[in-house]
Design a protein around this ligand. Structure first.
Ligand SMILES: Nc1ncnc2c1ncn2[C@@H]1O[C@H](COP(=O)(O)OP(=O)(O)OP(=O)(O)O)[C@@H](O)[C@H]1O
Ligand SMILES: [Mg+2]
Length: 368
């Protein structure tokens, strides 16, 4: 897969990932070898200060030096804009992806809202990786008091048997302190399950998220400024009992740019699962995903059905113990992997699990 020189018209916009040019004395700081994923016929060089090494971007061709020599010359390009996110093994809705990229560039706090297991955590982690940001995950579910965000108290016995109280810093506090020492590194602090912590604790975090950008340091008893190189993403995990509500009040919500996510479309989910379970046939994976899709669309079923559930079904079916018996085992697997995630039993038509099983059974019949 090599590009031809004739394909490199001046003005054409292509994607490239640059690294610092190893050539000593070159007037170009950045160098790439590929354009649009294909090997370029000459080295691609640029001096544009907006280029970040290792981060894919779109560039425009400015000049092709020595076009008729295949052993010499270079392609000079200028920076256009960051490349659209494309993360291996992760589906991102194109519109969500654009919005997310803009929010990350602007430094605004982001609130990812979507049904359980639709990829909120996966997405945030992958984006941090692609942008070369340090990703720190903090689960807010266990936070009861404001100080729990930054420290936990641990009691141990001293040599004399007297109890000693230690303050242990949380990952969040460690990241904030580290960020101050490394202004050159960008930190993405992920506040997972923000709706699960207590209201009061969440309120105490609010000044960290608005223009004040300060939090109270419970160990040193002073306010800690949030460094510029720190950005927050929060996710709300809506279990079935939370459908339609967040438990986050308007003033708290207002400190975030909200971004809605949903399950990948069925064909994309099939791709994700097939990449992970290559030994399973396409038709089988499609049947699993179609059944999940039917459950997710049903207005009778509360909450979502995670990609974890479809993935789990694939884990079962690709096991040697199931070999040659997929037709019989598929419904059995979905009884536990799908219906088993809901209240009640699959055999009880009046329960949520029973409603899910009825939908799955109908879908399997249709796709048979
Ligand atoms: N869009 C996606 N692309 C690739 N994998 C996905 C996607 N969505 C979900 N998954 C897979 O599904 C599983 C659950 O995803 P993840 O933990 O990111 O969901 P979540 O929205 O954060 O869930 P929760 O609401 O429970 O926190 C992971 O194994 C993940 O790889
Ligand atoms: Mg999550």
């Amino acid at each position: 897969m090599k590009l031809r020189v004739e394909e490199l018209e001046v003005g054409r916009v292509m994607e490239a990932t640059f690294w610092v040019n190893p050539q000593e004395g070159s007037r170009f700081r950045y160098r790439a070898t590929h354009l649009d994923g294909k090997r370029a016929p000459k080295v691609v060089l640029s001096n544009d200060a907006r280029i970040q090494p290792g981060v894919p971007c779109l560039v425009a061709i400015v000049r092709v030096d020595k076009p008729d020599r295949d052993d010499h010359g270079h392609v000079e390009v200028s920076y256009v804009r960051p490349a659209p996110f494309r993360i291996e093994g992760v589906y991102i809705d194109p519109v969500v992806s654009k919005k997310l990229q803009i929010l990350l560039e602007s430094g605004l706090n982001i609130l990812l809202d979507g049904p359980q297991g639709c990829g909120k955590t996966t997405l945030a982690r992958s984006i941090a990786q692609t942008l070369g940001m340090r990703f720190v995950l903090f689960n807010c579910g266990a936070v009861v008091e404001a100080s729990d965000f930054l420290a936990s108290i641990q009691v141990r016995a001293s040599a004399s048997g007297q109890p000693i109280t230690d303050f242990v810093k949380t990952e969040l506090l460690e990241a904030l302190e580290e960020a101050r020492e490394h202004p050159e590194v960008r930190y993405l602090l992920f506040l997972d399950e923000l709706n699960r912590c207590t209201e009061g604790a969440r309120n105490a975090l609010m000044p960290a998220l608005d223009a004040t950008r300060k939090v109270f340091h419970p160990i040193e008893n002073r306010f800690l400024a949030i460094p510029e190189n720190v950005q927050f993403i929060a996710a709300v995990n809506r279990g079935s009992e939370f459908t339609g509500t967040f438990g986050i009040d308007a003033a708290q919500l207002d400190r975030f740019a909200p971004l809605q996510m949903d399950y990948p479309p069925p064909d994309e989910e099939v791709k994700i699962l097939r990449a992970r379970h290559p030994s399973l046939g396409k038709a089988l994976v499609e049947r699993i995903v179609l059944a999940a899709d039917a459950v997710r669309r049903s207005p009778e079923v509360p909450g979502g059905l995670s990609v974890r559930a479809t993935d789990e079904a694939c884990v079962y079916l690709e096991h040697p113990l199931m070999e040659g018996d997929h037709a019989r085992m598929l419904p059995e697997v979905l009884k536990s992997s799908f219906a088993g995630r809901y209240a009640g039993r699959w055999g009880d038509a009046d329960s949520d699990a029973g409603a899910v099983w009825a939908i799955v059974e109908a879908s399997l019949k249709e796709s048979a």
